[in-house]
Design a protein around this ligand. Structure first.
Ligand code: ADP
Ligand code: MG
Length: 157
C-alpha cells in the first residue's frame, strides 16, 4: 500500500519492522533524528503501530518507560519530560482520531505546545488542515501484511 505524503518533500528515512519490538527500536533511532522543535503527523491505519513507535521515542528521550506510554485516544494528550543531547525535551503525544472539528481541536491549544524544546507527535494529525500546516514532518506506518510494517519518515527542511 502506498499513500501520498501529507507534507512537502524533505529528508526521507525508511525502515521496515517485523514486530512491535522492531517498531519500538525504530522509535529509539528516530529520537536521535528529531531535533526539537518538531510537530510530526503520525499516520497509519488503526493498529499499525503509531503508539508503539512513540514508546521507543519516549524511552530514548528518557521521558518514559515503554509500558508507561499508552494511547491518548481518550485523553487526547499525554505529556512527558525528557532530555536529548543534554537538553530538556518536552514530548507531547496526541491522538486526534476522535476529534471531529477544528473547533474541538482548538481546545487542545496546540500552538502553545510548540515551544523550542517541544517534540509533538500527533496520531491522525493529517485529518486537520490546521495541523498539516504547522507540521514539520510526517511519520507514515503502512502494514505490509501480517506483522510487517514499512515506516516512512519525511522531515521538512
Ligand atoms: N511491526 C509492528 N510494528 C508495530 N506494532 C506491531 C507490529 N507487529 C505487530 N504489532 C502489534 O500491533 C499493535 C499496534 O498497536 P498500536 O501501536 O496501539 O497501533 P496504533 O497506535 O497505530 O493504533 C500492537 O499490539 C503491536 O504489538
Ligand atoms: Mg495509537
Amino acid at each position: 500500500m502506498t499513500e501520498a505524503t501529507l507534507v512537502a518533500p524533505g529528508r526521507i528515512h525508511e525502515f521496515t519492522t517485523k514486530d512491535g519490538a522492531g517498531t519500538v527500536e525504530v522509535g529509539r533511532k528516530l529520537a536521535r533524528l528529531l531535533q526539537p522543535p518538531q510537530l510530526l503527523l503520525l499516520e497509519g491505519d488503526l493498529g499499525t503501530g503509531k503508539t508503539t513507535l512513540v514508546k521507543g521515542i519516549a524511552e530514548a528521550l528518557h521521558a518514559a518507560q515503554a509500558d508507561e506510554v499508552t494511547s491518548p485516544t481518550f485523553t487526547l494528550l499525554h505529556e512527558y519530560g525528557g532530555s536529548r543531547e543534554g537538553q530538556p525535551v518536552k514530548l507531547y503525544h496526541m491522538d486526534v482520531y476522535r476529534l471531529e472539528s477544528e473547533r474541538q481541536l482548538e481546545t487542545l491549544g496546540l500552538d502553545e505546545l510548540l515551544t523550542p524544546d517541544a517534540l509533538v507527535l500527533v496520531e491522525w494529525g493529517g485529518k486537520f488542515k490546521s495541523i498539516r500546516k504547522k507540521a514539520t514532518g510526517e511519520i507514515l506506518i503502512a502494514s505490509e501484511g501480517g506483522d510487517l510494517r514499512k515506516i516512512t519518515v519525511t522531515l521538512k527542511g
